[in-house]
Design a protein around this ligand. Structure first.
Ligand code: P6P
Length: 346
C-alpha cells in the first residue's frame, strides 16, 4: 500500500486471484502487458527526442499495415514491445495485433499457456506527431481446450468470452484502465516508483449525458438513422431531446473513451457510405470488444446501433463494426433511432 493508502496493480491482481476471479496465469498476463505499456509510455514520451515520430518505412516508401494504413514508427515499436514481452512467460498460446495480418502462436521454444491476447499496440497513432493522447488497447480470451497452436479461427470468439480487457492511455498521465470481469478500475503510473497505482476502483458511467463524440465531417455520409439522431442532438433544448449537447472528438478512441468512462458521454463511429463496405471503421476484436467490456463493467452500454456489441459473432480477425458506447440511456436513445428506421444492416 502506498503512502496515500492506494494499492498497486500487483496487489489488486493478487487480491483478485485470492477471490478466485483470476488465476496465476492471467495475473501474470496482465502484469506483463502493464509492464509493456510502461515501456511504450517511455518511448511515446520521448517524442522527437527519441527519433520515433513520423512514418515507418524508408523515405518515400511508407510501411502499410493490413488495415491499409500508413504505419507510424511508434506503431511498429509498440507492436514489437508487446510481442517480445509476451513471448516467453508461458501464459499465452497465441496473440493477434492490429499491426499484423495473421495471428501468431507463441514460439515452440517457449511453454504455451491457456490465453489469447489481442491488441491494438498504439491506437490513435495519427495523433502522435501532434502530441495528442494515444493508447494501447488489449483483450484477453481463453484458448479453446486442447489447442496448443491456435489459428486465426480460434480467436473468433464474441466479446462476452473476454476474461480481461483494458487500455493504457499515454496522456498527461499514463493510466491503465482494466477489467477482469469484476468492475472497471483505474491505475495511474507512479513514475517515481515505476508502478501502476489504483486511483479509482469500480468506476461508474453516468446513465445520462449531454456530451457526444463523433467525427462530424462524415455527417453527409451517414445512414438516415444517424442523421436523425445527431440532428436531434444538435437541435438542443428546442428540439425533441429538450436539452443542449456539447461535442468532443479527439480522434483517438482511447482518449475519447477515457473521458466517457470518467464523466459520461456517448462515443459513436457509425457506418457511413465510405466505410460501410468494410463493415465500419473501428475493429471489433481489439478495439470495440475490449472497450465495450470496460464500458459495460462500468454500468454503461455498447452497441453496433442494432445489437449489443459483446454478442457480435466475429467472422474475421480484423473485422470492422459500427460503434456506439457510453452512457447507458444515451446509447439506448441512439439504438432507438436505428430500430425505428428498421434498416436491416448488421
Ligand atoms: P477519424 C484512430 O485511427 C482510430 O482508429 C480511433 O482511435 C479513432 O476513434 C478513429 O480512428 C478516428 O477516426 O476518421 O476521425 O480519423
Amino acid at each position: 500500500m502506498t503512502m496515500s493508502g492506494a494499492i498497486a496493480l500487483t496487489r489488486y491482481l493478487i487480491e483478485e486471484q485470492r477471490a478466485g476471479h483470476i488465476n496465476a496465469e492471467l495475473r501474470l498476463l496482465v502484469e506483463v502487458v502493464a509492464r509493456a505499456c510502461k515501456q511504450i509510455s517511455v518511448a511515446v514520451g520521448k517524442g522527437a527526442l527519441g527519433g520515433v515520430l513520423g512514418d515507418a518505412g524508408s523515405p518515400g516508401e511508407a510501411s502499410i499495415n493490413v488495415q491499409g494504413e500508413a504505419q507510424k514508427k511508434l506503431d511498429v515499436l509498440s507492436n514489437e514491445i508487446l510481442l517480445e514481452a509476451n513471448a516467453w512467460g508461458g501464459h499465452l498460446a497465441g496473440l493477434a495485433s492490429e499491426e499484423m495480418d495473421a495471428s501468431q502462436p507463441i514460439p515452440d521454444t517457449y511453454p504455451h499457456g491457456n490465453y489469447l491476447l489481442l491488441f491494438d499496440p498504439l491506437d490513435g497513432s495519427s495523433n502522435i506527431d501532434v502530441n495528442v493522447s494515444v493508447g494501447t488497447i488489449f483483450s484477453v480470451l481463453r484458448c479453446p481446450e486442447g489447442i496448443a497452436t491456435p489459428a486465426d479461427a480460434h480467436f473468433l470468439q464474441p466479446g462476452t468470452a473476454q476474461v480481461a480487457a483494458g487500455y493504457c492511455v499515454y496522456g498527461p498521465q499514463t493510466t491503465l484502465v482494466l477489467t477482469v470481469g469484476h468492475g472497471t478500475h483505474v491505475f495511474t503510473l507512479d513514475r517515481e516508483v515505476g508502478s501502476f497505482t489504483m486511483t479509482a476502483r469500480g468506476i461508474r458511467i453516468p446513465e445520462e449525458t449531454k456530451e457526444f463524440a463523433v467525427n462530424m465531417s462524415n455527417q453527409r455520409f451517414w445512414e438516415p438513422p444517424m442523421q436523425a439522431y445527431v440532428g436531434d442532438l444538435l437541435a438542443g433544448k428546442d428540439g425533441p431531446r429538450g436539452k443542449d449537447f456539447n461535442m468532443r472528438w479527439v480522434a483517438s478512441m482511447v482518449a475519447d473513451v477515457h473521458r466517457i468512462l470518467t464523466r459520461g458521454g456517448i462515443f459513436s463511429y457509425p457506418l457511413d457510405s465510405k466505410c460501410a463496405a468494410k463493415g465500419g471503421k473501428l475493429r471489433l476484436m481489439y478495439e470495440a470488444n475490449p472497450m465495450s467490456l470496460l464500458v459495460e463493467q462500468a454500468g454503461g452500454a455498447a452497441s453496433t446501433g442494432r445489437q449489443r456489441m459483446l454478442e457480435v459473432q466475429p467472422t474475421g480477425l480484423h473485422q470492422r463494426v459500427p460503434v456506439f458506447l457510453g452512457s447507458k440511456r444515451e446509447v439506448e436513445a441512439a439504438e432507438g433511432y436505428h430500430h425505428a428506421q428498421g434498416t436491416d444492416a448488421s
